[in-house]
Write a protein that binds this ligand. Structure first.
Ligand code: ADP
Ligand code: MG
Length: 659
């Protein structure tokens, strides 16, 4: 036997194959599996080597120590090698019709002798019979399943005293073989069990049936190319029933009973634990427990997958019945007597591997971190692999589980991420929209600059000559009024072209340290304020000194203020507020005017967009503002309400500029 350790574990994960489906976490009867680095890894100290994870992993990501190389070494060594085969072979090698052919195949591998472990079971069964029938022994837990022994010694150390003080059939058989064939012989077992590999030092290696198949395949051995042979002595009897449900009882002609001093059987990873728990609580006092970790050894992890359970049972039954009908009882009894000197006794040591349990508030803390704050949040769905939310929380506290294993929690988190993603998507599309707008304005700017430039000169000439003409004409002249109109309109054209040139002005600002409060107060003087309009200034800025291009910013702010005044023909309040954020200072200009229709909000920064009619508006004010704010690396936003039913109408322009 090997000393299995963290470095040399009996059962382990094949890195990379694990897809973290939590099936093994869920199925491990002792919660010995933890998600480490995205892999469901086995915690060696906690593992009872039942091999359940090997059975349930659909990805083949769980493996166990292979004895094949060691056994091949034994075969080629000087020593004789004995293979003791577990009777469950009849449930595994179902394709081989005659057991003697199978023995021939095993001999062909190179084993010198082949015996059946069930002779050891025959001896042990006798011992159990004595215990069960001994009035003085009230309760006992069978100890022939090594995973059960691990379970009791690690997780129910208080029950160790109840473990039957009897060696296992394999350990008994190892002694038999050594007594009969000499101490030098290498004793190899073959069976359906992984835990057996770590059961005892009394034998050298333990192959699973799957490993045995591998050896047959390595040597190209088939039914056709071997000579049939028979088992070597000693020949076994009913002990061959051991690997099926109630097998031990069957081998000693007993049935399950619930009366005092009778035997209760429990097999499989759920039932054996329930039985132990009930036993521990004293509910099964004065009963013996026959426990198997698997659903009978024939369901062990060392068996091929996919063979129907009842077929396996049937095969064992017919093999054993056939064997018994051919058995010479006289010879069998004689052989049993020959080995009656063998010491079948055994003791067990508790090896407490239980973890400290968290306090109630510590469990609650974990539950809260999984968004489980009230009773109704405890779905107890079991998707995490634990029977309820509390068990999961305990495992998290113990460092065995992660909160992400909670499916409802993870789904909730996913929903939130989707929401966040949607939000940032929305932001992105807003920014895209703004970018499109600024691109549009930029190309408009280029176009208008071109046109304005071309028009500027002829316009200059028209205004020059029209004003000369006007000056030379007598005001009484017939055409004086006509010339006057030409002159006025030509002047208006010049203003528009000037505005266009302003709008298209190249990105140049002449930043100067400016007291923003004085500056804003000054803007109020740049336009004529009607009587019915009140101006209010609010200042919430600590240091009023900012960097701006005075001339341009004056144009921008007054443009907005003029618009505001124009939007309040019936009077109102022009509110200006100066405030700040960490990086920016903000000028907020709002009016209580008519507001902007929703469909126009998008258009107001487009050159020539005006709702004021061709003679009054140019539609160049806000495009200019936009250009100036951009040149200051700032932002401009508009909020407006033009529907009295939604409250006070009016418009607010918010300009934020880096300090
Ligand atoms: P103009 O003032 O020559 O019309 P602007 O570019 O300054 O050109 O403004 C464009 C349009 O935006 C205006 O015609 C008006 O419809 C709208 N607008 C701007 N500011 C306001 C405001 N404070 N209240 C209502 N509408 C406004
Ligand atoms: Mg305007």
């Amino acid at each position: 036997m090997h000393n299995f350790s963290n470095q040399n574990p009996l059962v382990s994960t094949i890195k990379g194959l694990c897809r973290v489906c939590y099936t093994c976490v869920r199925e491990c009867p002792v919660k010995a599996i933890k998600i480490i680095d995205g892999q469901a890894d086995i915690i060696n100290e906690r593992c009872i080597a039942c091999g359940n994870c090997v059975i349930v992993c659909s990805q083949g990501a769980k493996t166990y120590y292979s004895s094949v190389n060691k056994v091949e070494e034994f075969i080629v060594s000087q020593n004789k090698t004995m293979l003791c085969i577990a009777p469950s072979f009849a449930a595994e090698f179902t394709e081989i019709k005659e057991y003697k052919v199978f023995i021939g195949m095993l001999k062909a591998i190179g084993f010198d002798y082949i015996t059946e472990v069930s002779f050891g079971a025959d001896l042990v069964a006798e011992e159990y019979k004595n215990i069960f029938e001994n009035e003085k022994i009230k309760s006992v837990i069978t100890s022939d399943c090594p995973a059960i022994v691990n379970y009791i010694t690690h997780y129910h150390p208080d029950l160790v005293e109840f473990l039957a003080p009897v060696i296992s059939p394999a350990m008994a058989m190892a002694q038999v073989v050594k007594q009969k064939y000499g101490d030098e012989i290498k004793v190899v077992f073959a069976g359906p069990c992984i835990a057996k590999k770590a059961e005892s030092n009394s034998f050298d290696e333990n192959l699973t049936f799957l490993e045995l198949r591998e050896m047959l395949k390595n040597k190209n051995i088939s039914q056709e190319n071997v000579t049939a042979s028979d088992f070597d002595n000693p020949i076994s009897g009913k002990g061959a029933f051991f690997p099926i449900n109630h097998g031990l009882l069957k081998s000693i002609n007993k049935t399950e009973g619930f009366g005092k001093g009778e035997v209760i059987t429990a097999e499989g990873k759920v039932k054996f634990k329930e039985a132990v728990n009930e036993f521990e609580k004293g509910l099964l006092e004065n009963h013996h427990l026959e426990l198997l970790c698997c659903d009978g050894c024939i369901e062990g992890p060392g068996m091929s997958k996919g063979v129907p359970k009842l077929v396996k049972r049937m095969n064992i039954n017919s093999y054993v019945n056939n064997k018994i009908s051919n058995l010479s009882f006289e010879k069998w009894e004689k052989e049993k007597a020959e080995f009656s000197n063998i010491d079948l006794s055994r003791t067990f040591e508790p090896q407490d591997r239980r973890l400290a349990k968290p306090k109630k508030n510590e469990i609650e803390k974990v539950l809260v971190s999984m968004d489980k704050k009230q009773e109704k949040d405890m779905l107890n769905c079991g998707a995490c692999g634990y029977i309820n939310c509390e068990e999961h929380a305990i495992a998290v506290w113990e460092g065995l589980a992660e909160i992400e294993m909670c499916l409802p929690y993870t789904i909730e988190k996913l929903h939130k991420s989707v929401d966040d993603l949607n939000k940032s998507n929305q932001n992105l599309s807003d920014t895209k929209q703004a970018l499109k707008q600024s691109e549009k304005l930029a190309s408009m700017g280029q176009l208008s600059a071109g046109i304005a430039h071309e028009l500027n000169n002829p316009l200059g000439i028209i205004t020059l000559y029209s004003s000369i003409l006007k000056d030379e004409l007598n005001t009484e002249s017939d055409i004086y009024d006509d010339i006057k109109i030409i002159d006025e309109q030509a002047q208006r054209c010049k203003t528009i072209v000037g505005g266009l040139l302003n709008f298209a002005r190249k990105n140049k600002v002449n930043l100067k340290e400016t007291n923003i409060i004085n500056f804003i107060e000054h803007t109020f003087k740049s336009f004529v304020k009607p009587e019915n309009i009140e101006i209010k200034l609010v200042v919430e800025i600590e240091n009023p000194t900012v960097q701006i291009d005075n001339e341009q910013m004056m144009q921008a702010v007054t443009n907005i203020e003029k618009n505001a005044v124009e939007a309040m023909p019936e009077g109102g309040i022009l509110n200006v507020k100066i405030w700040e954020k960490t990086e920016d200072f903000i000028i907020e200009i709002s009016d209580t005017g008519l507001g902007i229709a929703e469909e126009n909000i998008e258009k107001i920064f487009t050159p020539f967009f005006t709702t004021k009619g061709a003679t009054k508006g140019t539609g160049l004010g806000l495009p200019l503002v936009y250009g100036i704010v951009k040149m200051h690396k700032g932002k401009i936003n508009v909020k407006s309400n033009n529907k009295p039913e939604n409250g006070q109408t009016g418009t607010t322009f918010i300009i934020s500029i880096p300090k």
